[in-house]
Ligand binder design. Sequence first.
Ligand code: NDP
Ligand code: PYC
Length: 339
Amino acid sequence: MIDGTRLPVAELDERIEAILRGAGLNEVQAGALARVIGAGERDACKSHGLYRIDGVLRTVRAGKVRPDAIPEIEADDSSAIVRVNARGGFANPAFELALPHLAERARRLGLAALVINDCTHFSALWPEVEALTAQGLAGIAMCPSYASVAPAGGTRPLLGTNPLAFGWPRAEGDPYVFDFATSVAARGEIELRRRAGEPLPEGWAIDDAGEPTRDPAAALSGAMLPFGGHKGSAISTMIELLAGIMIGDLTSPEVLEELGSTTLAPMHGELILAFSPEAFARGRPGDPFARAEALFEAILGQGARLPSQRRYAARAVSMAQGVTLSSAEIAHLDRLLAE
Ligand code: NDP
Ligand code: PYC
């Protein structure tokens, strides 16, 4: 027996947008945020679904994000770098504004980059790489967050949970997409386990004293660990360099210093790369898309699954039957709507 209600995807998005509009976000900000939060819930990515609304509202009330921001694109269409300034608002409307420019330049030049500056960022990155694959492009997205992860061999928070996402377009069916934190898990995952009173798996975090812990609260006040030891630590550091320092925006330790809290959504920049597979493969033997299909088939042929398969399956159910929400989640949405 399901505890709760099924809401059509469009109705869920409308409710989220109404909550955000009620909190003072303009149409541009509220619409883009509702789409990404609604998509998270629709695809059963709870760590970046409805639970994020409270963090958005806290950040608005703390005056750490501009709810009325209108992102702006720098007018220069000659280079491979598209620059958009979120003007102190959220990253998502800035991405939506810049996407057509990024896609056009990637098709024209083979490779283009989108730099988003001065944005608050709380969301999953797969909606962005999926937006590129929908246009026949491959994409990579990355951003810092705030200091919450100890470097491999270290004992204190320094790096962010720094997500990295990749997408490859496929003619038939869903694109190949992965999207993960460079910490063992997203911080949102730890917070959800704290709320549920569940212990963490071994190897996710250390406490204030630098000792391994399975207590989510101790992990949140101590430090999370990078995935894959020194390898995840290095990839996370690369993200600080490319999507923080190189684009002239904040690194995760700087974000924490500026924000003074890990309970608010972090402000920094984001880097998104878009590739035209046809342009890179031109003149070389074989069709890149057909060769990619052969690789995916070989992976599946071993009984492995492709990343995002779980998510796409959840999406199919949500699209057909609505998004299943618990009665507590529905009550919470109703409370927020009434505020
Ligand atoms: P997960 O570890 O849950 O999943 C990471 C990826 O691996 C997903 O693409 C997932 O696909 C895939 N995957 C999981 N299990 C398998 C498997 N057995 N075989 C093949 N693929 C698999 O994600 P995280 O907890 O690391 O991150 C969750 C979200 O948090 C991400 O969307 C990320 O962008 C977001 N995040 C955002 C941050 C920010 O600052 N904005 C910071 C950190 C994280 P599937 O979904 O189908 O399971
Ligand atoms: O889940 O690690 C996380 C996170 C940090 C910022 C947004 N999401």
